[in-house]
Design a protein around this ligand. Structure first.
Ligand SMILES: [Mg+2]
Length: 435
């Protein structure tokens, strides 16, 4: 008897982070970091579960959970081995559902829900194969990787044949690069000093601490008030000196003219990049801003809702740095498409992280990219935020400003059962009396 999926459990998990203004920026002033969470069970008898989630920032996490629920029919009763052996086919089935597709198509709550399911399936597959996901993916043949990607809408920028060529070109040296990751990790940068709700003194102290911990790049939130931004940037620059990279993140606050004016004020402090200057899906506005503020570099992508938008950002020469997100698109498969597109256009990918578990997930994608796709660490770095890792079974480890390569089987997605219960919304202990 082959094993089938027997459980599709969803949870609404919320952390009351707004109390400390952790995670506060110009657009997201009081986030309660949350996860619409999924656990897949099977009757294989091996005790293994697949865990996945969508990161949200509080209200609406119930909506996101309901969207995940709507996909249970695709999983329950299905053969486990056959499903996990063809996750490209599974991705297409989920994304091309002829009725649910209307709720996007291929964007927003429903698309992110598919991401949770796809990521949970990858978590389970990696656990069953006894490998951390980055090593599982980095060990696939180029043909197997290409099979995971849906090239519909991409072929004007990247064909399956071109993807295959890229992957074959990166095959030599895979083992050495994996070994390098195990020895030295993957470069990271920290956003922890720069939240907009923090005082100047806290910003200065945390910036110095970050450098002392070994980080060579930090990031500041900007975009609420330009005079404040200039003051805080000057403080941070004085605190860390000229050699440490300082990126700034406007979290979508500006129109084109405002963005250009603000970036001109910030440019003297040497921003490493300016992130999300305007509406995340306004490709042409990003292209205009980039042209007008050059050589200041523009970064975006954490809210890019699909591989199609990423394709356009690249085609329009609208970005210098691409910031994929592990739960914004439809999971691992779509992020592989995004990594391949970025490699084709020669644009570095510096994944967005923070939130709940985003650091845990993206490290696997970035390490896979280094091993099997781009083959380089040049100008690559993964965002790091020192929040909420204690709730994870296999939390990220930062050593000297670098992400240590995960070694436990799976996608590092699993939240501890006691945390899932305590922060369950609205009935967990953490929320008693808060409503
Ligand atoms: Mg950002």
């Amino acid at each position: 008897m082959s094993a089938v999926f027997t459980g599709f459990r969803t949870l609404d998990v919320r952390f009351p982070t707004s109390a400390e203004l952790d995670g506060s920026d110009a657009m997201n002033v009081d986030p309660d970091y949350s996860a619409a969470y999924l656990i897949l069970d099977t009757d294989a008898g091996d005790g293994l579960e697949g865990h996945g989630f969508v990161f949200t920032i509080g209200r609406g996490n119930d909506v996101q959970r309901a969207a995940i629920e709507a996909l249970a029919l695709y999983v329950l009763g299905r053969d486990v081995a056959a499903t996990l052996a063809d996750l490209g086919g599974m991705w297409r089935e989920l994304v091309h559902d002829a009725q649910l597709r209307w709720l996007g198509p291929e964007k927003g709550v429903m698309h992110m829900a598919i991401g949770a399911v796809v990521n949970a399936l990858w978590d389970l597959r990696a656990k069953r194969e006894g490998l951390p996901l980055w090593r599982l993916l980095g060990g696939l043949r180029p043909e197997e990787i290409v099979e995971l990607v849906d090239f519909r809408y991409l072929t004007d920028a990247l064909t399956p044949e071109e993807a295959l060529e890229l992957l074959r070109a990166a095959e030599p040296g895979r083992a050495e690069r994996a070994e390098l990751l195990r020895a030295e990790g993957y470069p990271g940068y920290t956003t922890s000093p720069g939240w907009l709700g923090y005082s100047d003194a806290k910003l200065e102290r945390l910036a110095k601490e970050a450098v002392a911990e070994g980080f060579t790049q930090i990031k500041l939130k900007v975009g609420a008030d330009i005079d404040d931004d200039v003051r805080r940037f000057a403080l941070a620059r004085a605190a860390v000196g000229g050699d440490v990279r300082i990126a700034v993140d406007a979290n979508q606050r500006w129109d084109v003219a405002d963005a250009v004016a603000a970036i001109e004020r910030l440019a003297p402090f040497d921003p490493w990049w300016v992130e999300e200057p305007t509406a995340p899906d306004d490709v042409l506005a990003h292209a205009t801003i980039r042209r007008r503020v050059s050589p200041v570099r523009i970064a975006t992508g954490e809210h890019a809702h699909s591989r199609v938008l990423v394709k356009q950002l690249l085609q329009a020469e609208a970005v210098d740095v691409l910031q994929l997100d592990s739960t914004r698109v439809a999971g691992v498969n779509e992020n592989i498409a995004i990594l391949l597109l970025a490699a084709k256009f020669g644009v570095p990918v510096c994944p967005h992280a923070g939130g709940v578990g985003l650091c845990e997930l993206v490290q696997h994608l970035a390490m896979f990219d280094f091993v099997a796709v781009s083959g380089t660490l040049e100008d690559r770095t993964i965002e790091y935020v020192d929040h909420l890792h204690e709730h994870f079974v296999d939390p990220v480890r930062i050593v000297g400003g670098a992400y240590a390569a995960p070694s436990a089987p799976g996608f590092s997605a699993e939240i501890r059962p006691e945390s899932l219960a305590w922060f369950g919304f609205p009935d967990g202990e953490a929320w008693k009396g808060a409503q």
